[in-house]
Design a protein around this ligand. Structure first.
Ligand SMILES: Nc1ncnc2c1ncn2[C@@H]1O[C@H](COP(=O)(O)OP(=O)(O)OP(=O)(O)O)[C@@H](O)[C@H]1O
Ligand SMILES: [Mg+2]
Length: 364
């Protein structure tokens, strides 16, 4: 029988396209640990995110391609992941945050904090290392939504962030009395946020999700400058008055050079639990039309769901409280789309490989 070679297997895999990144597995350098034992072939596909929605599709494609190689009897595909680092972040900060993704909106009360908390938890559930930074200095809601008021501990001048459901958290809500009105001026906000990023022991994180305050204010500016966000997702509700604010938000982030990963429409529709009938309370299709109009991706819809509100009030977000619900599933899918958008962004913006490092001196 023909002896199966490494070249044959790699050549077969060079025809398998990564469905999200649109390049083949070999070009993307995703095939690792290839082992051939007679007719038995096994390898690991190194994903760019553990939150990958198309694993099954990739496994089937890779397996079928390798089975075509003469002499192959059995193919075992394993998966692992290594989330690439946003090259721009690395230059700005000497911290282990690989990607920072902000959740913003033009208008208040559309569900940013709810989406941010559930996105962070979804990515963590898929196996990513995740932090959640509450950048709403005036109205910090993340401690309540994530169900913890634990004060951050200090250690050698560093702040250890509390954790909830496996996600590291930082919020002004941990530091000031929630019933006290604190007056913050622009530079103070800037400093507070910088400390939240630089002085907090985030450790190695694949994703830092940032919950922004409503509108286009100081916090967004500060973060874009001091952290250099990998991208932003914009949350809206379907009605026209919310949508026109989105256009302003998109323009602002474009001016700040922050890539827009897409628009999420929250409170899109309501399914009556007794009849199963769908009600488009705030209208329908507005978010998608608007995204098209301003030339950004539409990531999907999250229904209006009383359990989402309850989850926020009880400190147990819906992806934890009720993971099987349609609303939780919708958010899990959105999180995977966001992760894919980040992977794609990092691939396109990756620093050229094998480029000579001008700081290196060759000794001989
Ligand atoms: N899809 C949904 N279904 C039901 N309730 C929701 C949904 N999304 C958000 N809510 C609820 O709406 C309220 C506002 O949500 P949230 O605080 O997340 O909005 P926000 O945009 O962060 O507000 P702010 O602009 O004040 O920061 C909360 O009580 C939340 O539980
Ligand atoms: Mg909020």
């Amino acid at each position: 029988m023909a002896k199966v070679t490494q070249e044959q297997v790699m050549s077969a895999l060079s025809h398998v396209i990564e469905p999200e990144l649109h390049k083949d597995l070999v070009t993307l350098d995703m095939v690792k640990n290839l082992q051939i034992d007679g007719g038995q072939v096994s390898f690991t596909i190194m994903l760019t995110t553990p939150a990958c929605p198309l694993k099954n599709e990739m496994e089937a494609g890779a397996s079928a391609a390798v089975m075509e190689v003469p002499g192959v009897e059995k193919v075992t595909v394993n998966f692992d992941s290594n989330v690439p680092r946003d090259a721009r972040l690395m230059g700005k900060l000497n911290i282990g945050v690989r990607n920072a993704i902000a959740v913003a909106s033009g208008k208040g009360g559309v569900g940013k904090s709810t989406i941010a908390a559930n996105l962070a938890l979804s990515l963590a559930k898929d196996g990513a290392r995740v932090g959640l930074l509450d950048a709403d200095i005036y109205g910090p809601n993340i401690p309540m939504m994530m169900g913890t008021t634990e004060r951050p501990k200090g250690k050698n001048d560093r702040v250890i962030p509390p954790e909830s459901y496996g996600v590291k958290l930082m919020s002004m809500g941990f530091l000031v009395d929630p019933n006290q009105a604190v007056i913050w001026r622009g530079p103070m906000i800037h400093n507070a946020l910088r400390q939240f990023i630089e002085d907090v022991e985030w450790g190695e994180l694949d994703y830092l999700v940032v919950d922004l305050p409503p509108g286009t204010g100081d916090a967004s500016l500060s973060l874009a400058q001091s952290l250099s966000l990998t991208g932003v997702v914009i949350v809206t509700t379907p009605q026209q008055v919310a949508l026109s604010d989105v256009v302003r938000g998109v323009k602002m982030f474009e001016q700040l050079n922050v890539p827009i990963m897409g628009v999420i429409e929250n409170m899109s529709y309501f399914i009556a639990p007794d009849t199963g009938k769908r009600y488009d309370i705030f209208g329908h299709g507005g978010g998608e039309d608007m995204a098209k109009q301003v030339g950004v991706d539409f990531l999907g819809e999250v229904p209006l769901e009383p359990k989402i509100r309850l989850g926020g009030d009880e400190g147990k977000p819906i992806v934890i409280r009720d993971p099987e619900s349609a609303a939780a599933q919708a958010i899990r899918e959105l999180a995977q789309k966001v992760a894919a958008a980040i992977s794609l962004h990092n691939l396109v913006n990756a620093p050229k490989e094998f480029e000579a490092d001008p700081t290196l001196t060759i000794l001989n």
